[in-house]
Design a protein around this ligand. Structure first.
Ligand SMILES: [Mg+2]
Length: 378
């Protein structure tokens, strides 16, 4: 039993009834709890970032990639600016990528950990598509002041895991306050001089290949949007949408072996990104729909009207590689690299149309209908 001091009715000391006093105290606890959970200041954000990324140059899992990143980034976060030292014989490769709440992710659907992983994976994918290796990145981050600090911690956890996986160290960045979460990531990478992969090298007769399976990420997004409960976050298609894996190993292999003539990563969808590669190379393409590595459709997906071909042609966010290979070099290409399938899907043509042919040999024009932030219908 207690000492009886607190057992006196609260009304004796405060003028409130016992129940009102209890509610008042609960409210105080709740406010204190929420205060603690909100982001306190810019210094608080920087302190959390510094804590999560402390010792990042000694990643255990990154191996050789991390060693290269550590050599490259001679001074990282903590000063006014970072210092980098390029590897002799390499060229530096630069890219940046927005990742915005409401446009690229939804606060109530996407776990913060996945937002952290994906904002870096998307930018790193562009480095991989150049046949380059990522080295370090800058993070620009705008956060609402009422955002729970647990969201920031989860976000940084996902970002840190991605950084370790891709061998890409945080070099610095900037933070500010804004109504929605706005993220911009700039990645610096390196490619062997003269070995970088461009979009402009495809020639008529070259064969067209893709890595992995197309449309999985788009299907994962639909699952995330439509199903409210009972979603298995470990399901492959959801994983592909939430935690994409840039094809860095394949990109480097194609560049170092001089096998591919042109390359681009599939961020917006095959119909849009193939169009970009063909435009840059001043060529056209013929895709065979039967050869596309489409998603395996389950009965439940069939009922909801999922069309694997449409997903493969126009679905975004796969971050697979699309590349062309001169016919004479095609035999050097393995069917798989690093566990990722490589599939021939068509041929580059002199006529500057994009066509897709079905099994009967009938072809139709393939219009770009992938992701486009300026098109409201998508
Ligand atoms: Mg790209």
């Amino acid at each position: 039993m207690g000492q009886g001091v607190e057992s006196r009715p609260l009304s004796c000391r405060t003028g409130f009834s016992a129940k009102e006093g209890l509610l008042y105290r609960l409210e105080q606890f709740r406010e204190a709890y929420l205060r603690e959970r909100r982001i306190g200041s810019e210094d608080d954000v920087l302190e959390r970032i510094g804590r999560v990324f402390a010792g990042q140059l000694h990643y255990r899992s990154g191996g050789l990639r991390s060693a290269a990143s550590a050599r490259f980034l001679s001074l990282g976060i903590g000063d006014d600016a970072a210092l980098i030292s390029g590897t002799p014989g390499d060229e530096m490769v630069l890219t940046c990528d927005w990742f915005l709440e409401g446009t690229h992710f939804l606060q109530d659907k996407h776990p913060a950990d996945a937002v952290g992983w994906k904002c870096l994976a998307r930018a790193v994918s562009d480095i991989g598509a150049m046949g380059a290796a990522p080295r370090c990145f800058l993070l620009s981050l705008a956060l609402p002041r009422e955002l729970p600090s647990s969201w920031l911690d989860d976000f940084l956890g996902g970002l840190r895991r991605a950084a370790a996986q891709f061998g890409c160290s945080l070099a610095g960045g900037d933070t500010t306050e804004r109504r929605e979460v706005l993220i911009n990531v700039t990645v610096v990478g390196e490619a062997k001089r003269g070995r970088e992969m461009r979009r402009s090298g495809a020639r008529p007769g070259d064969l067209i290949y893709v890595s992995g399976r197309l449309g999985e990420a788009e299907l994962g997004l639909r699952l995330l949007r439509e199903r409210k409960r009972g979603l298995n976050m470990r399901e492959l298609r959801l994983q592909k949408h939430l935690y994409p894996e840039p094809r860095l190993e394949l990109g480097r292999w194609l560049s170092e072996k001089r096998v591919a003539s042109a390359m681009i990563d599939l961020s917006d969808g095959l119909s849009s990104d193939l169009g970009r590669l063909c435009e840059a190379s001043k060529v056209g393409a013929l895709i065979r729909s039967d050869d596309l590595p489409t998603v395996r459709v389950k009965n439940v997906d069939r009922k909801t009207g999922v069309d694997p071909l449409e997903l493969a042609l126009h679905g975004g966010d796969d971050y697979e590689l699309l590349f062309t290979v001169p016919k004479g070099k095609a035999t050097r290409l393995p069917r798989k690299l690093g566990g990722v399938a490589i599939t021939p899907i068509g041929e580059i043509t002199r006529a500057r149309d994009l066509l897709v042919a079905n099994g009967d040999g009938h072809s139709r024009v393939l219009n770009p209908r992938g992701w486009d932030p300026f098109r409201s219908s998508k």
